[in-house]
Each structure stands twice: as structure tokens, then as C-alpha cells.
Design a protein around this ligand. Structure first.
Ligand code: ADP
Ligand code: F6P
Length: 323
């Protein structure tokens, strides 16, 4: 192995820069040339390349986002687009590609590996919905940002005896909402994986007041049918009958833009280093992730074939702890 390229793809995640830095410096340590591809698969198709050295990945460890830029690239989803991508990789004499990203990005990585080009993936998305890694890069930081907001909302909620709704990110997966709800002490959590009856939520909130609580908090994942907009509207339409209002706050991209915390910096560094090590050992077509607390490689074929399941006991825990 002499020459590799790395890209970041999909939603950016705090810690992506630490992964880039680790890939570059461990690659250089092996005597390789390391290139960055700007703006994910879109930059691969337009040959937007930059050679990286030890110095130009300096000072990025503590920065959120990704120095390489990221993108969603519909063209790469077509066979023609992927053939072009592999052509670009070969023309530039790269011997392997490292893809730092979430579900969609790793599906793309798998497609490239199926076309005979060596690829390894690095598990990175704030959604934590990637099979093959119990924690992905960015989750911990995004969660802490959500918790800071929840803690503040609870303070004002208690002062005014109000009910609050906080919407966190999570297009298809309720992980962030569920764990933010548990760690933030929510009365109810609404996630895309489970159907929700808004009357049931109203009942949970009312009974919280009846039990003597001074606030009531609902955490909802953006991908749930009853997201902030729909649930907010429902409570507005039934305000008289329900007897209280629900104030909504949508955190949105605020959660993605944070400074990576210690956990994400370390995870990203370990996974990035493991990615170059896997390539050095001729192990490709795999995702580097965290399995039972250890860095492990899972075949990309398994990653794309499985959906990461949420632990249903966590939802039950929300109910029990809301007493
Ligand atoms: P994430 O990687 O964060 O889940 P996306 O799902 O948006 O983000 O995927 C990022 C990019 O990966 C997409 O814009 C597309 O270029 C590529 N991609 C997504 N799904 C596939 C797929 N099934 N096959 C090939 N490429 C894909
Ligand atoms: O996949 C990460 C994520 O932040 C999701 O939680 C969210 O639904 C999506 O990206 C938002 O994507 P965009 O930044 O393209 O609006």
C-alpha cells in the first residue's frame, strides 16, 4: 500500500476531524501518501482532491465539522456515478479509500468494494443507527448538547409550571431522543420506531402534574410521525380540552455543530488508526466500529444487511423513571 484517499460523507459529526487526523498521521507513519477528497462522494466525482500532510491536519482535533467538507450526492447512487467514482480512484493511483460516515455513506462504500476497489469504513453519524458499532463518532457530543438544552428548558419549565417539548435529530432512528430523554429526565419520549398516541402523551403530562411535578418534558425524534410540528399542532387544537399548552423547541443542527468531547475525539482517533491498520493488513470491505467496547471490523456486507435495533427496555425505563 502506498497511496490512499479519505472522505467524509453524509451529515457531519463532531469528531470527524479527529478521524481524518488519525488516518493521515498513521498513514504517513507507514510511509504512505494520504489524500483527502473534499465534499464526500460529490468531490470524488469531480476529483476535488487535496494531499494531506502532518501539518495540514494540525489544529483540527478540537474542531467540530469536517475540514474536508461533506455532502449528500444523488449521482453517486446511480451505477454510472459509482463507475465514474472507481475510475477516478484508479486514475489517481489510489490503492484504497476510507469512508467516514453513516448508513448511506457505508452503503456507498459497500458498493465500491463490490466493484473490486478496496474500501474501509469508519462509523460516524450522530444518529447512532449504524450496525457494526454500538457508538458512532459524534453521538456523545450531540447528546451532551441536547442535554444542556434540556436541562435549561427544565429550569424555565419548573418556574412556570409548563410542559415543554424538545425535538432532537434522528431521521429514522430514535436513539438520540431515547437516551437524551433518559439522561435528561423526560416524562415521555417519542421515537420513529414506535407508534404514539398524542392522547397518551397528554395523559402522561397531566399525571406528572398530579404527582406533584413542577414541569413536564417530552423529547421527540424529528423522524417520529408526531414530531414537534405535529404534536405541537395537536396540543394547540385541543388546548381547551387538555387544559394546558405544550411549548416546543427544535434543536436541529445545533446538535451537529459542537466541539467534539473527549469520548468522540478518542473514538474517532481509535477508529481512524484502526482503518489504516486494517488496510495495512489487507483487511478491506469492512467497517471499523466499537463492538463490546473494543474497536472491531465488521464486513460491510453485514453492515448494509442489518438494521441496528433499539433496546426496547430503554423505552420502558423512561416510563418507570418518570414517576
Ligand atoms: P449518512 O451517511 O450520514 O447516513 P446519507 O444517507 O445522506 O448520509 O448518505 C450519504 C451519501 O451516501 C448519499 O448522498 C449518497 O451519495 C451515498 N449513498 C447513500 N445511500 C446509498 C446507497 N444505497 N448506495 C450508494 N450510495 C449511497
Ligand atoms: O444523519 C444525521 C442527521 O443529522 C439526521 O439526524 C438528520 O435527519 C439529517 O442528518 C439532517 O440532514 P441535513 O443536514 O442534510 O439536513
Amino acid at each position: 500500500m502506498k497511496r490512499i484517499a479519505a472522505l467524509t460523507s453524509g451529515g457531519d459529526a463532531p469528531g470527524m476531524n479527529a478521524a481524518i487526523r488519525a488516518i493521515v498521521r498513521t498513514g504517513l507513519d507507514k510511509g504512505w501518501e494520504v489524500f483527502g477528497i473534499r465534499n464526500g462522494y460529490a468531490g470524488l466525482l469531480s476529483e476535488n482532491l487535496v494531499q494531506l500532510n502532518a501539518r495540514n491536519v494540525g489544529g483540527i482535533l478540537q474542531r467540530g465539522g469536517t475540514m474536508l467538507g461533506s455532502a449528500r450526492c444523488p449521482e453517486f447512487k446511480t451505477e454510472e456515478g459509482r463507475m465514474k467514482a472507481v475510475r477516478v480512484l484508479r486514475q489517481n493511483e489510489f490503492e484504497a479509500l476510507v469512508v467516514i460516515g453513516g448508513n448511506g455513506s457505508q452503503a456507498g462504500a459497500y458498493e465500491i468494494s463490490q466493484m473490486g476497489f478496496p474500501v474501509v469504513g469508519v462509523a460516524s453519524t450522530i444518529d447512532n443507527d449504524l450496525y457494526g458499532s454500538e457508538m458512532t463518532i459524534g453521538v456523545d457530543t450531540a447528546l451532551n448538547i441536547a442535554l444542556e438544552a434540556i436541562d435549561r428548558l427544565k429550569v424555565t419549565a419548573s418556574s412556570h409550571q409548563r410542559a415543554f417539548l424538545v425535538e432532537v435529530m434522528g431521521r429514522d432512528c430514535g436513539y438520540l431522543a431515547l437516551v437524551a430523554g433518559i439522561a435528561g429526565g423526560a416524562e415521555a419520549v417519542i421515537i420513529p420506531e414506535v407508534d404514539t398516541d398524542p392522547e397518551g402523551v397528554a395523559q402522561e403530562l397531566r399525571s406528572a402534574y398530579e404527582r406533584g411535578k413542577s414541569h413536564a418534558l417530552v423529547v421527540v425524534a424529528e423522524g417520529a410521525y408526531y414530531n414537534a410540528e405535529r404534536l405541537g399542532l395537536y396540543f394547540q387544537q385541543h388546548r381547551e380540552r387538555l387544559g394546558f399548552e405544550l411549548r416546543a423547541t427544535t434543536l436541529g443542527h445545533v446538535q451537529r455543530g459542537g466541539t467534539p468531547g473527549a469520548f468522540d475525539r478518542l473514538l474517532a482517533t481509535r477508529l481512524g488508526a484502526a482503518a489504516t491498520e486494517a488496510l495495512a493488513q489487507g483487511n478491506q470491505g469492512v467497517l471499523l466500529g466499537l463492538v463490546r467496547g473494543e474497536v472491531a471490523a465488521t464486513p460491510l456486507a453485514d453492515v448494509v444487511a442489518h438494521k441496528k435495533a433499539l433496546d426496547p427496555r430503554l423505552l420502558e425505563l423512561v416510563r418507570v423513571l418518570a414517576r
